[in-house]
Design a protein around this ligand. Sequence first.
Ligand code: PEP
Length: 248
Amino acid sequence: MARKIAAGNWKMNFTLQQAETFINDFNKESWPADVEVMFAVPFPYLMALKAIARPGITIAAQNCSDHEEGAYTGEVSAAMLASAGISHVILGHSERRMYYQDSTTVLKDKVDLALAHELVPVFCCGEPLEVRNEGKHFDLVRSQLQESLFHLTGEALGKIVIAYEPVWAIGTGVTASPEQAQEMHAYIREVFAEAYGVSIAQQLPILYGGSVKASNAQSLFSQADVNGGLVGGASLITSEFLQITNSF
Ligand code: PEP
């Protein structure tokens, strides 16, 4: 059985002071011991927030470079994150794919560098609305996974977290129905089972992302192949995200 994860993606929100207040407040809250709680925060806040987050709260990065080091102004490498004590990094978020040309081959390199530096990639996949309307969403998600992950050994793959995030549900207020989420999560698990075997596939945490809120988290997380959520907007509101962490 895969572990349960409630991950917030703060994107480009909050000042440092707001972020510290949020984590200090969240430190006082409680959620089931078997739920991993994670916040992916802007680069400049990583170390400050890691220093104040209580054990059980993981502070993660939202991206890393596809280069090891060198003349890449403005970039942050996997090695830098690891040297700062960061353990997790989101890769392949649809906003990165859309606005910053994170192709499947660039993402393959990022995954390799993250793993080489012992970071856990939270690897996002998901289809735009027009692809779903054409009935090609399973094919697209399969190719996103194949092109960026299927070169990995089973051992390396076992370290990854997957997030299925249909692009049409991100930041739109439109959530995939629990049935739509389950259908795709079961498909993703099956794709990994074919390539890596059932045991690795069963252990793989597959998170759902796309307008997860306190009011819909329980119906999504109760699906057999949904192991938690990657949450954008609702992770910026303490009470909302707390309720999400308690929705398993
Ligand atoms: C996200 O950014 O990964 C996300 C799912 O955003 P939201 O929850 O706001 O749709």
